[in-house]
Design a binder for this molecule. Structure first.
Ligand code: LMR
Length: 328
């Protein structure tokens, strides 16, 4: 009975339907903004729900609300503090009003690849960041990966000069705004659910995102092409409110957190596969994907990397050094 509730939502059933959870169970709403299948976060959230609903049947029931059907990322954390939603996994760029420590993840060309992200997160400094919002009532539970970010626009982007004068949608992050301005372009922070329409109507000219999001949101349909810059990372933090975690029976909470941890390890280990499948799907859809040679890519590094200086003090030079040592 219960095992179906996460899956029903995954299949796109009415998001408002509290299907399957019975009155005795602790109901857990997991809100996120991406699609469910062929997406690192969607797959992980669905697997977490499936496992909790099978293994904790009668005690706890998870309902996943994907595709911003419950909250946009700019509203979900406040809703969580109000007790209206229990779990979410916003990207690390979305926590800026709660903590600045995740700004390091938005600095362009900071991490060589997702393996470097994983290694930094496993370090003492990386792990400690999960606790950075405790004074604001939020507990960081697990980091979930997505992939490296690429640029797309309404015209071909080969050199950074091509971006001059264009308007790019970014996530709400001062670092990302500064990074775009570094290109002589302008940045428009905007909710994820609005990006496709904004690209289609020309409210913005371009955007930067992972392959899974470019595919999942069909951005490729309304862009000239995608340039494979791998200039940034898109990574998530699964969060819950401390009040809610404290309200749970300790044994039940531990079982849920163990499942979450196992799902994290399993899905993070498989993330490159999902990322590459999304890249291929974008190509198969007929999209022009522009690869850069070393010199072309270096021009983007030279154009964007100076933005580090503006944020080095805030993110900590020691953290920057630690990441660079991992990259080597
Ligand atoms: C975005 O807003 O572009 C991403 O954070 C969406 C997501 O959750 O992957």
């Amino acid at each position: 009975l219960i095992a179906t509730c996460g899956l029903a939502l995954m299949a796109g059933a009415a998001a408002a339907d509290p299907a399957g959870c019975d009155g005795e169970e602790v109901k857990v709403k997991f809100s996120h903004v991406t699609n469910s299948d062929k997406h690192p976060k969607g797959i992980a959230a669905a697997l977490f729900a499936e496992r909790v609903n099978a293994e904790m049947d009668g005690k706890m029931c998870v309902e996943v609300y994907p595709n911003s059907t419950l909250y946009d990322d700019d509203a979900v954390l406040e809703a969580m503090l109000q007790g209206d939603v229990q779990l979410a996994a916003p990207s690390l760029s979305k926590f800026e009003t709660f903590t600045k420590v995740f700004q390091i993840y938005d600095l362009p060309f900071m991490f060589k690849n997702i393996e470097a992200v994983d290694e930094f997160q496993a370090s003492e400094a990386g792990t400690a960041m999960k606790a950075s919002m405790e004074r604001r009532g939020l507990s960081g539970l697990e980091f979930w990966h997505n992939g490296m970010k690429q640029f797309s626009a309404s015209k071909p982007l080969i050199s950074p000069e091509d971006a001059k004068g264009l308007k790019f949608r970014v996530q709400p992050s001062d670092v990302l705004v500064a990074m775009i301005e570094q290109l002589g372009a302008s940045a428009q922070p905007m909710a994820f659910s609005e990006v496709y329409g904004a690209l289609q109507t020309g409210v913005v000219d371009g955007q930067e995102n992972s392959w899974a999001n470019i595919y999942g949101q069909k951005f490729f349909e309304v862009q000239d092409g995608v340039t494979e810059t791998n200039h940034g990372v898109l990574d998530y933090l699964v969060v819950a409110s401390i009040d809610w975690l404290d309200s749970l029976d300790p044994e039940m909470r531990d079982q849920m957190l163990t499942i979450l941890h196992e799902v994290t390890e399993e899905r993070n280990a498989a993330v490159n596969e999902v990322d590459m499948a999304a890249r291929q799907a974008v190509i198969d859809a007929g999209t022009e994907v522009r690869e850069l040679d070393d010199a072309q890519r270096q021009a983007w590094v030279d154009a964007m990397k100076p933005v580090w200086e503006q944020f080095a003090e805030g993110v900590g030079q020691e953290n920057i050094d630690a990441v660079q040592a991992i990259n080597e």
